[in-house]
Design a protein around this ligand. Structure first.
Ligand code: GLC
Length: 823
């Protein structure tokens, strides 16, 4: 250890204050206590009076900051960041008042305030004030550069940009409206983005009730903190938003590759009341030829709302139902809430075995806690115990044997009906028995925000044990940072209103930037009764969102896609079909997500930073991967003409395949002049664009992802700069892809003086795909039909001057090859 115990009050004062302007509030306080900086090989310890701050470089672009107000750092443990990641370090270069890594510098000023800069000296994160002790908790204050924007915090309501908003971190079962806070998840993580696209991230790894105030109470000061627990946070430096998203995924773990069927259309309802009703729903989808991959069973399939039972009258033969549905290429997903009915002596195994194994959360008096939820009196598994998670996972055996494909973990905030707080008492006792943690008890106040995540973890890990070769599908409502490793999520009980449809975009975008790539909002709105137009528009937009699940509340009108008559059904069907045709592209994005953490649904500025200063990145437009942009009206009910900002570089209309029609929009204050597409809304149309420089793989229409497409893989080529497309395929369900049974291939296109060259890269993996041929369609082709040559041989070309396309059919290209099109 390099010991450079600097008595630095004076020494640092001049240099550090010059570097970091001190906020007005600090200027008048008494002289700062003496500051001691001790360099460590991987960072530094900073002592200010009683307080100890340890700053550790985990990697060149990631710092961990731990602060002990009483001089001790406490337990080094985390539910979000795995031990190996937490304890990875990199060596740093000492500076007079801090240290540097290749990607950042961390320095302290005379008052012990930390400033983190990127390699070119831009400030990424800067303390505005020293740490404040608040009762048993704390608050930190960071400076907010005037033009920076703030994203993240999961699916909290409100605008895409969190600036000017304040939020509470406390998982809550709340039917919500636009300003409701808190709701179901707590993800104490934000990304800060400067106007030029430079970005950084900050993750406060604290599970207690906490808050984030993005300059709402005090302009330009970001305050965050918690009511208890450690001061333990991470600063992520990245040169772009994408870097930060990827580094956060490394910190907390990316979402694993989902089963392919998760990307299909899913039909849910609270509730389908019998197996026959489920069969009828599937049959109607098949009869009307609307693609469908899954039907959900909500609580009424159970016996008296008791998890892990089935109603013997209405669902007498679950295995039979699953078998029949499988024959229709439909998977069954079943809800399994965590509250176990308190039903002693009734032969209800989850309760009996749970009691025998001492698996339930205790009240402060040491007795098993009983709270009222759907089954009436219920008990709550103590998911912070590895043994309890194991036992919980085992409860899925019979359903897994029946072939139920996926499981839905709801009410896991946990929701409890009888208290105004909507959850269990804060002094309830959990036991932590978990590698990396001291074995100890903890109050519910500490565990509450991770309870849902540990519930979904128990389900995920249990399913992996029961079906070691199947990718589990778990859908959770409550979660915490890192919960994306175990489950997909949805935004909870929304409403059938135009405003709720509009809110789906910022909510899902912020979830994606907070690690949850796989998310959806109840399509058509959970509560209330949508108009036919609203449902249709909702289906259109959700067809491009990560999880496409139609769901509705008990007592509301049915929402299956046919309920509003043939005209609406026809439009909805067309959009579901569009999604199924796009499946190869979506699946390649899913592969990218599993490798990098980049979500399927991205804000436009994530890929095209010039959207940031265009004055039109308003949280209504979104990208699917990097190449497709979906642009609903800012107010989706409005029939008024609106402008869609098209980032520089050229775009095609996805539906016509022709270059997008644009008009020049003059600049105004704070808004750059740019090309825009002008749209007058029509109910049967949603503007979707493809980036010039894309190769989008598509497939022939199927009715379910279980069906093998018949015909060739289509490669839609949209020439432009950096033209690239990715193919990914595997069996869609097992873990064999981890052992090489996958196919990954990059295809590029280059505009040449005489035409176009399409280059197939080397194929990775040894999976044999379903296609044998490729239908290549080049868009935006003008002039005479080209000659096409593949590996020295001429191939036939069909030109369509009206559509501006040329089409070429060639065999699958499993190895490096170039197709040349020359005029
Ligand atoms: C909760 C869920 C909702 C579900 C209902 C019944 O309200 O959020 O999706 O349908 O419980 O299980």
């Amino acid at each position: 250890m390099i010991r450079r115990a600097l008595l630095v009050s004076t020494l640092l004062a001049s240099s550090a204050l010059a570097l970091s302007p001190s906020p007005a509030s600090a200027a008048v306080v008494a002289p700062a206590p003496a500051l001691h900086v001790t360099m460590r090989p991987d960072g530094m310890d900073v002592r200010t009076g009683q307080q100890l701050m340890r700053v550790t470089a985990l990697a060149a672009g990631a710092l961990r900051v731990r602060i002990g107000l009483d001089g001790t750092l406490g337990e080094d443990a985390s539910w979000a960041v795995p031990e190996a990641v937490r304890h990875a370090t990199t060596s740093v270069k000492p500076l007079l008042n801090g240290f540097s890594t290749p990607d950042l510098t961390a320095t302290v000023d005379a008052a012990g305030r930390l400033t983190v800069r990127d390699a070119s000296g831009h400030i990424l994160s800067q303390d505005a004030e020293p740490v404040e002790k608040r009762h048993n908790g704390f608050a930190l204050a960071k400076a907010m550069p005037q033009n920076d924007r703030y994203f993240g915090l999961g699916d909290k309501t409100g605008p895409l940009d969190r600036r000017g908003m304040a939020y509470t971190m406390w998982n809550t079962d709340a039917g919500f409206q636009e300003t409701t806070d808190p709701i179901y998840k707590s993800i104490p993580y934000y990304i800060q983005v400067a106007p030029d696209g430079r970005a950084s991230g900050l993750f406060l790894d604290n599970t207690w009730r906490g808050f984030f105030d993005f300059g709402k109470t005090e302009r330009d000061t970001l305050r965050f903190g918690a009511e208890g627990g450690p001061i333990d946070y991470y600063v992520i430096a990245g040169s772009t938003v994408k870097d930060v998203v990827e580094r956060y995924a490394k910190l907390t773990g990316p979402s694993p590759l989902p089963p392919l069927w998760m990307l299909g259309f899913q039909q849910s309802r609270y509730s389908y009341m019998s197996a026959d009703e489920v069969r009828g729903i599937a049959a109607r989808y098949r009869k009307d030829q609307i693609p469908l991959d899954a039907i959900y069973l909500d609580i009424d399939y159970q016996d008296r709302n008791r998890p892990f039972t089935t109603n013997p009258k209405t669902f007498p033969d679950m295995a039979g139902l699953v078998r029949d549905m499988k024959a229709e290429d439909v998977r069954i997903v079943a809800i399994t809430d965590l509250h176990i009915a308190a039903a002693p002596g009734q032969g209800y195994a989850p309760f009996d075995t749970g009691m025998a194994g001492d698996h339930f959360v205790k009240a402060a008096n040491g007795r098993v806690y009983v709270g009222k939820v759907w089954p009436g009196p219920a008990v709550f598994p103590d998911f912070t115990r590895a043994k309890t998670r194991d036992w919980w996972g085992g409860l899925y055996k019979s359903f897994a044997d029946d072939g139920i494909a996926g499981f839905w973990n709801d009410m896991n905030e946990p929701a409890v009906f009888t208290y105004p707080s909507k959850t269990m008492p804060l002094d309830n006792i959990h036991r932590i028995e978990e590698p990396g943690f001291q074995t100890r008890t903890a109050t519910h106040a500490e565990i509450h925000n991770i309870f849902g995540m540990e519930n979904s973890r128990a389900t995920y890990e249990g399913l992996l044990k029961l079906r070691p070769d199947e990718r589990p599908f778990v859908l959770t409502r409550a979660s915490y940072a890192g919960g994306q490793r175990y489950a997909a999520t949805w935004t909870g009980d929304n409403m059938a209103s135009w405003n709720h449809l509009r809110m789906t975009v910022p909510m899902l975008l912020n979830l994606g930037m907070s690690g949850f790539a796989w998310s959806g909002a109840d399509v058509t709105g959970f509560g209330g009764a949508p108009s036919a137009d609203l449902s249709t528009r909702w289906v259109e937009i959700a067809a491009f969102q990560p999880i496409f699940r139609d769901h509705s509340a008990v007592g509301t009108p049915h929402r299956e896609l046919w309920v509003d008559g043939p005209q609406h059904e026809a439009i909805r069907k067309r959009f579901v079909e569009a999604r199924y045709r796009l499946m190869p592209y979506l699946y390649a994005v899913a592969d990218e997500t599993a490798r990098t953490g980049l979500p399927m649904m991205r804000p436009v500025f994530m890929t095209y930073p010039d959207a940031l200063d265009s004055g039109c990145d308003d949280g209504t437009t979104f990208l699917v991967g990097d190449k497709i942009m979906v642009a609903p009206a800012p107010f989706p009910e409005s029939t008024g003409t609106y402008d869609i900002c098209l980032p520089k570089g050229g775009w095609y209309d996805y539906w016509t395949g022709k270059p997008a029609q644009t008009v020049a929009r003059p600049g105004s204050q704070g808004v750059r002049a740019m090309q825009v597409a002008r749209e007058t809304p029509r109910l049967d149309h949603l503007p979707v664009f493809v980036r010039a420089g894309s190769i989008i793989p598509r497939q022939p229409l199927v009715q379910s992802t279980m069906e093998t497409p018949k015909g060739a893989l289509e490669l839609a080529v949209y020439p432009g700069d950096d033209c690239v497309g990715l193919l990914y395929a595997d069996d869609g369900r097992s873990l064999d892809y981890r052992r090489g049974a996958y196919l990954r291939q990059t295809i590029r296109c280059t505009v040449t003086p005489t035409g176009l060259a399409i280059e197939f890269g080397a194929r990775e993996g040894h999976y044999q795909p379903w296609w044998q041929g490729l239908d290549i369609v080049v868009h935006g082709w003008t002039g005479s039909a080209p000659k096409a040559v593949l590996g020295g041989n001429a191939v036939a070309v069909v030109a369509d001057a009206g559509a501006g396309t040329v089409s070429i059919h060639i065999p699958d290209q499993a190895s490096v090859a170039t197709l040349r099109l020359d005029r």
